[in-house]
Design a protein around this ligand. Structure first.
Ligand code: ATP
Ligand code: MG
Length: 406
C-alpha cells in the first residue's frame, strides 16, 4: 500500500503566523481513504530547507504531497527546489503557461511578468491543472517517490486533492475506498468515550477519535470489502455502548441535525443568551433554511435586559443571582412566550476568566430548555477558556433541546 508523506511549505508556518491546517486536512483525507501517512514536515522559504524536506519524505514514502510555494513571488521556491532535488532544470512549460493565461483571461485581469513565473516547471514534470486559482500544480518522480505539488491556499489545495490526488490514492488500492462511519457525540469527553468502548467488539474496524469543540467524533474505518450489514451491526454496538451523547451517525454537525429535527417536527425555537452572547443563535442561523424554525435570538447580558426582554423577575435575580437555575428557567420560558415558539432556550453562566466565586466558579453555566410539556434544566461546570466555555455551553444547549424533542 502507498505510504504518504506531507510537506507544508512557507515561512509563515514557521513563524506561527499561519497554522498548518493543510497537513491536518490532508492526513484526515488519507486516513479516510485507508492510506497511511508516515511523516509530516514543514519547510521555510529556503531552497536548502525544501530540498531537505524532500529527502526526508521521499526516503520513507512512495507519495509525497507538498503544499505551498507555487505563487508568483520570490519567496515561492517550490519549483526550483524540486528541480534542484531531482537534478533537472527549470523550464517554462507551454501547457502550464496556457493554463495561467486562460485563468487571467477568464477573470479579465492583466498578467504581470511575475505571473509568468507560475508556468515554470521542473523539466519532466507533469502539469496538474488548477481551475480554482492561478498557479498550476505538478507531479514528478524521483528517488523512488512520486511527488505532487499543489498551492498552499487551502481552498485550492482541497480542490486539487479531490481532482488529482484522491483518484490516485483510490487507484492504488484497486479502486475500493474503505468505509468510514462517523458517530458524533456531544457532552462526553474523549477519555470517557474510550472507557465506554473498551470491550466492544469492533469487528475489525479501526477506531479513531476527533475532538472538535463542542463535540467528539468516533470514527470507524472498515476495509473496502466489509459488508454493509456487518458494518451496521458494529456501528449499532458502538452507539449502544456510548449511550447518551450520540446525536448522529454519519450526519451533519449539531446545528444542522437540530435544524433537521425541528423541521421534521414542524417545531420552532427561540433563544435567550447571556454568557454565550449570541453564539448559539449564530450557529442556528448559520444553517441554510434556518428561517423555517429559528424565530429569534436575544442577547440579554445585563440584568435589566433579562428583565425587560424575557420577563425575568427581579426577585429571582436578587434571591438567586443572575447565574442560577431560576433565571435560566425564566429566560427559557420568557423567550418562548415572547416568540410564541415551540421551544425556548435560556443560557446564563460565567465564561471567565474573571467573575468566578467559590459557589459559582468560572465555567458554571445554567441552561434551561422550555417546551410545550415541561422545562428542563442542567447546571454545568465547564472547563476551559472563555471561548471554550461558550462553545461548550452552546453545544450542550442544543444537546438538551434534542433530548427534549425525544
Ligand atoms: P499563492 O499563489 O497564493 O502564493 P502558494 O502556493 O504560493 O499560493 P502560499 O503563498 O504558500 O501558497 O500560501 C498562500 C496562502 O495559503 C496564505 O494565506 C497562506 O497562509 C495559506 N497557507 C499556505 N500554506 C498553508 C498551510 N499549510 N495551512 C494553512 N494555510 C496555508
Ligand atoms: Mg505564495
Amino acid at each position: 500500500m502507498t505510504r504518504v508523506a506531507i510537506i507544508s511549505q512557507g515561512e509563515e508556518l514557521l513563524t506561527g503566523e499561519t497554522v498548518d491546517t493543510n497537513s491536518a486536512w490532508l492526513a484526515e483525507q488519507c486516513w479516510a481513504l485507508g492510506v497511511p501517512v508516515v511523516r509530516m514536515v514543514t519547510a521555510g522559504d529556503a531552497r536548502a530547507e525544501i530540498v531537505w524536506a524532500l529527502e526526508a519524505t521521499a526516503s520513507v514514502a512512495g507519495l509525497v504531497i507538498c503544499t505551498g510555494g507555487l505563487g508568483p513571488t520570490n519567496d515561492d521556491l517550490t519549483v526550483e527546489s524540486v528541480a534542484a532535488w531531482a537534478g533537472v532544470s527549470v523550464v517554462q512549460d507551454s501547457t502550464a503557461l496556457a493554463q495561467v493565461v486562460a485563468r487571467f483571461a477568464a477573470r479579465s485581469r492583466s498578467m504581470s511578468p511575475a505571473n509568468t513565473k507560475q508556468a515554470n516547471m521542473p523539466t519532466g514534470a507533469e502539469v496538474l491543472e488548477n481551475r480554482w486559482g492561478t498557479a498550476p500544480g505538478f507531479s514528478i518522480t524521483h528517488s523512488g517517490a512520486y511527488v505532487i505539488c499543489v498551492p498552499g491556499v487551502p481552498t485550492e489545495m482541497r480542490h486539487m486533492f479531490h481532482a488529482h490526488i484522491a483518484p490516485l490514492l483510490l487507484g492504488s488500492q484497486g479502486g475500493d475506498a474503505p468505509h468510514l462511519h462517523r458517530i458524533r457525540t456531544i457532552g462526553v469527553g474523549e477519555s470517557r468515550l474510550q472507557d465506554r468502548l473498551n470491550g466492544v467488539d469492533l469487528g475489525g474496524a479501526e477506531l479513531g477519535f476527533r475532538a472538535h469543540l463542542p463535540e467528539v467524533q468516533v470514527k470507524l474505518r472498515f476495509a473496502a470489502d466489509v459488508h454493509q450489514s456487518h458494518r451496521e451491526a458494529v456501528v449499532a454496538a458502538v452507539v449502544a455502548a456510548i449511550g447518551r451523547g450520540v446525536y448522529t451517525v454519519d450526519g451533519g454537525d449539531l446545528p444542522t441535525e437540530v435544524g433537521l429535527r425541528l423541521t421534521a417536527a414542524h417545531a420552532t425555537v427561540a433563544v435567550a443568551e447571556s454568557c454565550t452572547a449570541g453564539t448559539l443563535t449564530a450557529w442556528l442561523g448559520g444553517v441554510p433554511g434556518a428561517s423555517r424554525y429559528l424565530i429569534e435570538g436575544a442577547v440579554v447580558y445585563a440584568n435589566a435586559a433579562k428583565i425587560r426582554s424575557c420577563g425575568v423577575s427581579e426577585a429571582a435575580i436578587t434571591q438567586h443571582g443572575a447565574v442560577s437555575e431560576a433565571v435560566a428557567r425564566q429566560l427559557a420560558e420568557g423567550i418562548r412566550g415572547r416568540a410564541g415558539s415551540t421551544y425556548g432556550i435560556g443560557i446564563t453562566g460565567i465564561a471567565g476568566p474573571d467573575g468566578g466565586t467559590p459557589e459559582k466558579p468560572v465555567g458554571t453555566v445554567h441552561i434551561a430548555v422550555a417546551g410545550p410539556a415541561r422545562t428542563d434544566h442542567h447546571r454545568f461546570g465547564f472547563p476551559g477558556t472563555r471561548s471554550q466555555i461558550t462553545q461548550r455551553a452552546a453545544g450542550l444547549a442544543l444537546s438538551m433541546l434534542l433530548e427534549m424533542m425525544g
